[in-house]
Structure formats: structure tokens, C-alpha cells
Ligand binder design. Structure first.
Ligand code: CU
Length: 218
């Protein structure tokens, strides 16, 4: 009887361990769903999208390093080649821009359009005022605006099909919201010539997943 209980306990222990390992493998398997498709109406119709712009991306031996947009998802940077968004939702976007350079744009692309209130909130705590010296460091707070100086634009996040244009200033964090309509497919493009070649429109600017791509509203 005692032995039988022990045997049963051993068998159950093995079953639990095997099942646990199995579940663990499933749960921890990386990139099982590479990009979790958001569900329309999730979170009361609000969906958060975080985009990250970095510059240290090797492009090729001729153009060297090029800037690129990424989607920050589950703590990892993923391709911006196809950004999947829920339909009929409010999309709250955060852009984290690590690029401190500029690429001149026309006034059109320095103007915010297509966002809620046609505004963007720019949070840029790297703009410290050194003139304060011994009196401390002045941190500039959030700045909500409908346009920026065209000479101060590093990149834009532009979706012509949605009338959306947001200028992104150097070394900044920006926040804005916009509404997706029904199911559709759009092209997003940076309109600041930040790429390669004489005009800056080659390299990253002409490559999906770098400074252009698709937005799938589903
Ligand atoms: Cu760009």
C-alpha cells in the first residue's frame, strides 16, 4: 500500500514536471507570434503603439549606417515594415527618437496633421540649459504644438492616406493620437530626406522597414 502510494506519487510528479516543461516551452518560445495582431475594440478601442528610431543600423558597405523606425513590442524592437493596427480605434502613439541629426523638410511636413487636435506633445529632457550653471539645470517640460521649425526636424511619421503627418525633432520623445477608420492598407513614409545618396532619398528612405513601410488596419 505504501509502495503503491509512492509509485502513484512518482508518476504524478513526472506527469506534472513533463506538463510543466511543455507549458514552459510554449509560453517562453520567442517570436512564436512575431507580431501580436491587435484586436479592434480591445481596451475600449484604445491601442498603444510605440515606435523607436535608431541610427546604428548597418545598411550596406556603400551607405554604411542608416536610420530606421522600429516597433517596440513585448520589450523587443521589431520590424516597422508592416505595422498592424486595429480598425476603428484610437491609436496612442509614442515615438522615441534616438537620432540627434536633422534633415530639412518643407513647412508642410513640419506641420502636424491628422492627429487628435492636430497636435503632438514633445517631451525632450535632453534640452538642458547650461547657462543655469551653479543654479542647477533647467529641464524643458512637455511641449504640445501643431508645428515645429522645419530646420529642427529629424524624421517625420507620415501616412498620406490618413492625412497624418507628425514631425519628429532630434533626440526626443513624442506623443500623439489618431483614429484608424475601417480595414485598409496604407503606406507610411518618413518625409525628411534622412537616407543615402545626393538627395538623401536613397538607402533607408527607399527601403521597407527602415523609413517606409505598410500600415495594415484590420
Ligand atoms: Cu527619416
Amino acid at each position: 500500500m505504501e509502495m503503491s502510494d509512492k509509485t502513484l506519487f512518482s508518476v504524478l510528479t513526472v506527469v506534472v514536471i513533463v506538463a510543466g516543461v511543455g507549458i514552459g516551452l510554449v509560453v517562453s518560445h520567442p517570436n512564436m507570434t512575431n507580431y501580436a495582431p491587435p484586436v479592434a475594440g480591445e481596451n475600449n478601442g484604445v491601442y498603444h503603439l510605440t515606435l523607436v528610431i535608431t541610427t546604428n543600423n548597418y545598411y550596406n558597405s556603400i551607405d554604411g549606417y542608416q536610420p530606421a523606425y522600429y516597433v517596440l513590442n513585448n520589450g523587443t524592437l521589431q520590424s516597422s515594415g508592416n505595422i498592424v493596427l486595429p480598425s476603428n480605434s484610437l491609436i496612442e502613439v509614442t515615438i522615441i527618437n534616438y537620432d540627434n541629426g536633422t534633415a530639412n523638410v518643407s513647412q508642410q511636413y513640419a506641420t502636424v496633421t491628422g492627429t487628435v487636435n492636430n497636435q503632438v506633445t514633445i517631451i525632450n529632457n535632453t534640452l538642458v540649459n547650461s547657462t543655469y550653471k551653479n543654479n542647477g539645470i533647467a529641464i524643458s517640460g512637455a511641449w504640445t504644438t501643431s508645428s515645429v521649425n522645419p530646420a529642427d526636424v529629424a524624421h517625420t511619421f507620415t501616412v498620406n492616406g490618413l492625412g497624418l503627418n507628425v514631425p519628429v525633432v532630434p533626440s526626443s520623445v513624442e506623443e500623439f493620437s489618431f483614429h484608424t477608420g475601417g480595414e485598409n492598407t496604407y503606406t507610411w513614409q518618413c518625409e525628411a530626406p534622412c537616407g543615402a545618396g545626393p538627395t538623401g532619398w536613397a538607402g533607408a528612405m527607399a527601403t521597407v522597414g527602415w523609413m517606409t513601410g505598410t500600415i495594415t488596419v484590420q
